[in-house]
Write a protein that binds this ligand. Structure first.
Ligand code: CDM
Ligand code: ATP
Length: 279
């Protein structure tokens, strides 16, 4: 058996270092400005190609029927796009909290596309994989592209960006945020004036979803206030995960040790490159 079929394929989480909503499209989707950075909190996939046309996920995630799982949908989309007749057994070890604004589902989809492109010997270029991924979710292209990015549009117009790679403490207050409910909220700030990359680099940026999310979910508001003791706290995506940056790992560990139960926390490293970028 070739070693690639026994390999663990990582799917990292992302954080949004800031998120501004600068407009709304005719179809209701919001136009964003954001910066995505990867972090070394990863889901793990094992993929074994099959000679028949079955796409199987023997251990589905709780609450996610296999046909809705983003790995399965990514494999199906890749087969539909290429006419490939092979199948795959997918084993997914989930570490990234679901529905927390860390992009875990999108990352799983992206890793599935990147890995099957190799295992099924399709040889599609990354931009073609990213276009297939965009139909599965707005955050899939940045994971396929593999570089930390300044993003506009619905998050699909990407410009690679080099950032510090500090430590972060990510906190999950354990509340599943309904993304559509946040974007549909009447009090959401929707017309923040666009900024430039250099304005982002000089600070003064936040997350336009924070006010609505804090009002809707008191646990997220409480976690935000707790985290703000250690530095500038941020909401990732539409939440509910929050993060604060640290220049030294030890300081992040000290903060994590004080995390009140039942919140969960991870000390992670910011990454400008996806672990599969060099593949
Ligand atoms: C905001 C981000 O977290 C930034 O990373 C993501 O773009 C959100 O992506 P996601 O969780 O995959 O969200 P989706 O499942 O695509 O969208 C859920 C719902 O949120 C709304 N939505 C989402 C993204 C966007 N740019 N504008 C929207 O209005 C739409 O009503 C959509 O039906
Ligand atoms: N492989 C998967 N991993 C996680 N969620 C999945 C997966 N497949 C489908 N889903 C569904 O997608 C939903 C959102 O998952 P995800 O963890 O990507 O959200 P998120 O982190 O809030 O994403 P974003 O940052 O893009 O808003 C889940 O609640 C689940 O129903």
């Amino acid at each position: 058996m070739p070693p690639e079929t026994r390999r663990i394929w990582p799917a990292p989480a992302k954080i949004n270092l800031f998120l501004h909503i600068v407009g709304r499209r005719a179809d209701g989707y919001h136009l964003l400005q954001t910066v995505f950075q990867f972090v070394d909190l990863c889901d793990e996939l094992r993929l074994r190609p099959r000679d028949d046309d079955q796409i199987r996920l023997p251990r589905p995630l709780p609450g996610v029927p296999p046909q809705q799982d983003l790995c399965v949908r990514a494999a199906q989309a890749l087969r539909a796009h290429t006419g490939c007749r092979l199948g795959v057994d997918i084993e997914l070890s989930k570490r990234i909290p679901m529905g927390g604004g860390l992009g875990g589902g999108s990352s799983d989809a992206a890793t599935t596309l990147l890995a099957l492109n190799r295992l099924w010997q399709l040889d599609l270029p990354r931009d073609e994989l990213a276009a297939i991924g965009l139909a599965l979710g707005a955050d899939v292209p940045v994971f396929v592209g593999g570089r930390a990015a300044w993003a506009e549009g619905v998050g699909d117009r990407l410009t690679p960006i080099e950032l510090d790679e500090p430590w972060y403490l990510i906190v999950d207050p354990g509340v599943a945020v309904a993304t559509a409910g946040v974007f549909g909220h009447p009090k959401l700030t929707r017309h923040t004036p666009p900024i430039t990359i250099s304005q982002f680099r000089s600070g003064s940026t936040g997350n336009d979803c924070l006010a609505v999310v804090s009002a809707l979910y008191p646990q997220i508001d409480a976690a935000y206030r707790w985290l703000a003791r250690f530095g500038q706290a941020h909401l990732s995506g539409t939440g509910g995960c929050l993060f604060v940056r640290f220049d030294a790992r030890q300081a992040a560990d000290v903060a994590q040790a004080q995390l009140p139960a039942p919140w969960r926390g991870w000390v992670v490293r910011g990454l400008n490159h996806h672990p599969l970028l060099a593949d």
